[in-house]
Design a protein around this ligand. Structure first.
Ligand SMILES: *Cc1c(COP(=O)(O)O)cnc(C)c1O
Length: 726
């Protein structure tokens, strides 16, 4: 935040020089600041880019989140394995936050609902015996660049209330309150610690809505114009209970009739879907919600009942109705609730938006076709290019001037210069410098790690998930190892394979992949012959700070998920902006990267999404690849024959994934194509000028992936905001 904020207000150089006068290096100061422990990976990072773009484009838009005491764990690597330690990111204080006790919201859990008749004969719902928790906001300013708009990221923190139900154990109450903001869940794709997780979700939703309603009433004194002034974008289903909470507030606190409340609610909410992975679509047991939030549960039941009845009247079959219902098999489907209760449903890349329409939510699309739309993700060029790669920006500036800093579309002017050999060479010099900088950064934290800036940096950094296929990448490295061992004449351009990834605490398979990468790294490091050509580096504790330093130093951007599984990806965009070539499947935003730069300027491989589906339908047999491809046979055998670990059972779970579980993410089907893609990229690398030209074309075409473009689309199609007047 320090660097970002100083850069945004244009004071960075001044402060840097002033600090130097008093003997302080601003970079030492920057290193003291911990990364905000507010997110898991791409989802939270996307929200941060959006806030940056909103402020920089002079739009009013605020974020709501939980002020987690512990962010996602800090990752250490010990004996080649992931070790988790708490990330107490607030320990030395967060100087950017402001506690606002006067904006506290009372959040209520449990209890019972009393129903009575009002004067006009309508039903009145009254909650009693509830447990009160105070939600206290801590606001962080979101400072845009070249703008006077300053928005807020409102982080809600739970504190005990004076209002404790009679007979409630006081100490237990205090610790229950503390638990709400204690930990960020280490995975946004599983549903662990289920009741506490629902408690968290309702906590920041009830707090956020409470403050939105209070502010609106303060300004306008009425709620009938709420939807004209407020839109709430649900960033995945985690805040979907907000739909039920607004219904509750409108009906129970402000006497709205059901129909009026429902019409208003559907005008306020818009929903962004971020995943098609079935196990990542939230489903909460009805019993949990009913106990924790009895009044909200009644509202969910009524939304479901009315929706079913609406579909019945449309003549839909019982099977169809069941498939789109909100409550089914004693669970609440949060995505269905989000779609039914909002006016806009968007995916995050073209291919993903098509998949949710035609597959994931096909039946809901049939009912509400006008709601579905696409908003391809973007990243802020300020953090991910201007601030993290000033050397590249200065170079670009020499050719096209400063204009691209204010209007990033102007970066396209660089296309006029990509054939200039001087620019090409200067680009390669910047890349080399960034590699040296990264090597130094790494050495400061991990003196034992050795990284050679005179090598190709082939980089895969993202959360560890089976579908992202870090395993496919390390299997390619294993294949190189065998080739080098067998062929004394073998030669290749020396390459550093860089990995960075955290595995969710309870994700056993993912942790084994991390161990495998580290074991392969160790075996290669100790092998004089192989380490002449390849080096594998696993960077511990991958996070935004690491990404900012590593991406500008990268040559190859590994984006190799099974086609159809990665909704968009945003790492791919950060690499492109910094002039790395995408080595990827036709998945997520890779599809649009290829559309923009053309096949000559990226390296695409693997099955397409429809081929993945067709192959599964036809009966995919992983075992036949093992039988018929001697190289794959050798690699899979090496997982259990002691090549990488003296404990032969260490990687049995990985071997079993291929030989017993039939390779769910079809690594074996894509393996040969992946090898061939590497051949192509090494071929490109041989001609340094041609290679640099391709990188420059990527940079020049990257304006589309600025979150400024994404935010403008949200504004035009969904939010309809006016600029804040200066
Ligand atoms: C951008 C980013 C991500 C998302 O990366 P993907 O490759 O899109 O999965 C995850 N973590 C961090 C720290 C990031 O900066």
């Amino acid at each position: 935040m320090l660097k970002n904020n100083l850069m945004s207000i244009g004071f960075y150089d001044l402060v840097k020089e002033s600090l130097r006068d008093i003997g302080t290096d601003i970079e030492d100061l920057e290193e003291l600041e911990a990364d905000a422990g507010l997110g898991n990976g791409g989802l939270g990072r996307l929200a941060a880019c959006f806030l940056d773009s909103l402020a920089s484009l002079d739009y009013c838009g605020n974020g709501n989140t939980i002020r987690y005491k512990n962010g996602l764990f800090k990752q250490l690597i010990e004996n080649n394995e992931q070790v988790e330690v708490p990330d107490q990111w607030l320990r030395i204080d967060n100087p950017f936050e402001v506690r606002k006790p006067d904006k506290t919201v009372d959040v209520r859990y449990y209890g019972d609902v009393e129903v009575s008749r009002g004067e006009n004969g309508g039903l009145i719902f009254h909650r009693y015996n509830t447990e009160h928790v105070l939600a206290v906001p801590y606001d962080m300013p979101i400072v845009g660049e070249n703008s006077t708009t300053c928005n807020l990221l409102r982080m809600w923190s739970a504190e005990p209330s004076d209002d404790i139900p009679a007979g409630r154990d006081y100490r237990k109450y205090l610790s229950d309150v503390d638990d709400i903001c204690l930990n960020l869940y280490p995975d946004d794709s599983t549903e662990e610690g289920r009741i506490l997780r629902i408690k968290q979700e309702y906590f920041f939703v009830a707090a956020g809505l409470g403050s939105i309603i209070r502010d609106h009433l303060y300004t306008f004194g009425r709620l009938d114009n709420l939807a004209d002034k407020v839109v709430i974008q649900l960033n995945d289903t985690h805040p979907a209970l907000a739909i039920t909470e607004l219904m509750r507030i409108l009906m129970d606190n402000y006497s709205f009739e059901w129909d009026d409340a429902w019409t208003m609610t559907k005008k306020v909410f818009a929903y962004t879907n971020h995943t098609v992975m079935q196990e990542a679509l939230e489903k909460w047991p009805c019993a949990y919600i009913k106990k924790l939030l009895p009044r909200n549960y009644m509202i969910i039941e009524e939304i479901d009942r009315r929706f079913r009845s609406y579909l019945y009247d449309l003549g839909k079959t019982p099977a169809f109705i069941e498939s789109v219902a909100i409550i089914s098999e004693n669970s609440v489907r949060m995505a269905n609730l989000s779609i039914v209760g909002s006016f806009s449903v968007n995916g995050v890349a073209k291919i993903h938006s098509d998949i949710i329409k035609n597959n994931t939510f096909a039946n809901l699309y049939e009912v509400f076709p006008e709601r579905f739309n696409n908003k391809t993700n973007g990243v802020t060029p300020r953090r991910w290019l201007f601030y993290s790669n000033p050397e590249l920006c200065s170079l670009i500036e020499k050719y096209i001037g400063k204009g691209f800093r204010k209007d990033f579309n102007r970066i396209a002017d660089l296309l006029n210069h990509v054939d200039d050999p001087e620019l090409q060479e200067a680009f390669l010099r910047v890349k080399k410098q960034k590699k040296k900088d990264f090597a130094k950064f790494l050495e400061r934290s991990f003196p034992e790690m050795d990284i050679d800036p005179n090598t190709i940096f082939d980089v895969q950094i993202k959360r560890l998930h089976a579908y992202k296929r870090q395993l496919l990448n390390i299997m390619y490295v294993m294949s190189l190892y065998f080739r080098i061992k067998e062929d004394p004449m073998f030669t290749m351009e020396k390459t550093t394979f860089v990995f960075g990834a955290k595995a969710a605490t309870s994700y056993h398979f993912a942790k084994k992949v991390i161990k495998l990468i580290n074991c392969v790294s160790e075996v290669i490091r100790k092998d004089e012959q192989v380490s002449k050509f390849i080096n594998v580096v696993f960077v511990p504790n991958y996070r935004v700070t690491v990404a900012e330093k590593l991406i500008p130093a990268s040559d190859i951007s590994e984006q190799i998920s099974t086609a159809g599984k990665e909704a968009s990806g945003t790492g791919n965009m950060k690499f492109m902006m910094n002039g790395a070539l995408t080595l990827g499947t036709l998945d997520g935003a890779n599809v649009e990267i290829r559309e923009l730069v053309g096949d000559d300027n990226c390296v695409i491989f693997g099955l397409h999404e429809d081929e993945v589906t067709a192959m599964k339908v036809a009966g995919y047999r992983a075992f036949s690849y093992y039988q018929e491809d001697p190289l794959l046979h050798r690699i899979i055998d090496s997982l259990t024959d002691g090549t990488w670990s003296s404990d032969r059972d260490d990687f049995k779970i990985i071997s079993d994934e291929f030989l017993i579980n039939n390779d769910e993410y079809m690594l074996l089907a894509d393996f040969r194509s992946y090898l061939e893609a590497h051949d192509r990229i090494y071929q490109i690398y041989r001609d340094k000028h041609a290679y640099a030209r391709k990188c420059l074309i990527n940079i020049a075409k990257s304006a589309y992936f600025s979150s400024d473009r994404t935010i403008q689309e949200y504004v035009d199609d969904i939010w309809h905001l006016d600029k804040v007047h200066k």
